[in-house]
Design a protein around this ligand. Structure first.
Ligand code: HBI
Ligand code: FE
Length: 288
């Protein structure tokens, strides 16, 4: 993101890539933008976000009270699950990212998206990271999963198989759905921070929705600049942690010879929850 769009781009950074959030530096316009982004999601998420997320928003006192101060927010979060929120200027190197997660520190972008990128932006800004990712870190099981992801990330880097693990993150932490007693609900931060995908991910007939299977997810490619063509559905955070709390070595070995799957593909082993009709994506392709 160009410098003028991210006023933290040149902020002095520590060895671990953290910077000073400098909370007093947020302007009234930036606080107002956070409040408008917040209000839009607060209206859409009841009945669509998982109960754990909605409960965590209350537990962390997330509010339309302007951009949160990471110190204050982090103190509330720390009291619940030992996680902290640390400020970064944008994406940090993979090994730095995993080191923070493994130590229960969530690196959150300090900048807020510019008005002209209100609906979508490439880099994770404070709304995507703090509104999308931070609340579920207040849930003890999810907090454990995220720390395990960080520990696994360091191991994946050492093996040179980060791509497979990044898919696990993508299809759960960013775009995961969960089967709740009352129906499909969202837990992925990439969806929770996006008004259009909040509706699309659980109500549109276009995408496939497939029961989560660790190895299947690790084989599946993803697109980064449009809605997902498939969403994976977990049975709950306990099952997700259980599925991932194992030695990935044998899986990585099998994955070396397994062909990648395209995001629209269905395989015989899949438990299909909804088979997509892809009309949204065909419309785009026709338009292209
Ligand atoms: N850095 N700040 C930040 N936020 C991320 O989500 C992030 C990152 N660096 C690397 C990364 N994500 C992914 O490449 C890893 O999950 C694989
Ligand atoms: Fe993210």
């Amino acid at each position: 993101m160009e410098k003028d769009k991210n006023r933290y781009a040149d902020a002095p950074r520590r060895a671990d890539w953290t910077i000073d959030q400098n909370w007093p530096s947020y302007s009234a316009a930036e606080h107002d933008r956070w409040n408008r982004l917040y209000a839009r999601q607060a209206r859409l998420l009841p009945g669509r976000a998982c109960d754990e997320f909605l409960a965590a928003m209350d537990a962390l006192a997330l509010s339309p009270g302007g951009v949160p101060d990471f110190e204050e927010l982090g103190a509330r979060l720390y009291a619940l699950t030992g996680w902290r929120v640390v400020a970064v200027a944008g994406l940090v190197p993979d090994d730095v990212f995993f080191e923070h997660l493994a130590n229960r520190r969530f690196p959150a972008g300090a900048f807020i998206r510019p008005e002209e990128e209100l609906d979508y932006l490439e880099e994770p800004d404070v709304f995507h990271d703090v509104f999308g990712h931070v609340p579920l870190l207040a849930n003890p099981v999810y907090a454990r999963f995220m720390q395990a992801y960080g520990e696994g990330g360091r191991r994946a880097l050492a093996r040179g198989q980060l791509a497979n693990l990044a898919r696990l993150y993508w299809y759960t932490v960013e775009f995961g759905l969960v089967a709740a007693p009352s129906g499909l609900r969202i837990f992925g931060a990439g969806i929770l921070s996006s008004p259009a995908e909040t509706v699309f991910s659980i109500e549109d007939m276009s995408p496939n929705r497939i029961a989560f299977d660790l190895e299947r997810v690790m084989r599946t490619n993803y697109v980064i600049d449009d809605f997902q063509q498939c969403y994976f559905v977990i049975d709950g955070f306990e099952r997700l942690l259980e599925a991932c709390y194992r030695d990935f070595g044998p899986i990585y070995e099998r994955l070396r010879s397994a062909a990648d799957l395209a995001p629209h593909e269905i395989t015989p082993g899949d438990t299909l929850i909804t088979r997509g009709d892809f009309h949204y994506f065909r419309g785009k392709a026709d338009a292209a």
